[in-house]
Design a binder for this molecule. Structure first.
Ligand code: OFO
Length: 180
């Protein structure tokens, strides 16, 4: 059972994660158009990660017997100046998501909702990793500067990123995560 305010906040977080997926999908398309297929791949893997984040919330709210309330997803930017611009925007967005997850945790603590606190711990750990990844790539892009050869080398490196989370949620997120 979830407190109504908690259920509403978790539903809103589903929308934020869906927007994250949409944002990275847009960055993937933009990278592809620039001829940077490795960056396009990295952002498409990130898209899958965000869908997983959204679906975990979706399933949790349902398992707690609350209604799913899906709202419109706002349009992401369509144009980006450079790869550095994309990753700077990615980091800023992830910092916003981290704050949002922290706010959810504070609400769960205030409501003495232990189950939701345990559920949210996974997201708190995940956000540290997400911000770290973005910071690492930003540092590399700053070193690369205007060197196209170095940019293509990084592009080749990012092409190797693979999706490691489930992408088929038809039998539920928990079942998919166990490989069922
Ligand atoms: Fe990128 O972690 Fe979810 O939003």
């Amino acid at each position: 059972m979830l407190n109504k305010k908690m259920a509403q906040a978790l539903n809103e977080q589903i929308n934020k994660e869906m927007y994250s997926a949409y944002l990275y999908m847009s960055m993937s398309a933009c990278s592809n158009k620039m001829g940077l297929k490795g960056f396009a791949n990295w952002f498409m893997v990130q898209y899958h990660e965000e869908m997983f984040h959204a679906m975990k919330l979706f399933e949790y709210v349902q398992r707690q017997g609350e209604d799913i309330k899906l709202e419109a997803i706002k349009a992401p930017p369509k144009e980006f100046a450079s790869q550095l611009d994309m990753f700077t925007q990615t980091l800023a967005h992830e910092q916003f998501i981290t704050k949002s997850i922290n706010d959810l945790m504070e609400l769960a603590m205030e409501k003495k909702d232990h189950a939701t606190q345990i559920f949210l711990e996974w997201y708190i750990t995940e956000q540290v990793e997400e911000e770290e990844n973005d910071n690492d790539i930003i540092a590399q892009l700053k070193l690369i500067g205007d060197n196209p050869h170095a940019l293509l080398m990084l592009d080749r490196e990012l092409a190797a990123r693979m999706t490691t989370i489930p992408t088929d949620f038809s039998k539920g997120v928990e079942a998919a995560a166990k490989g069922a």
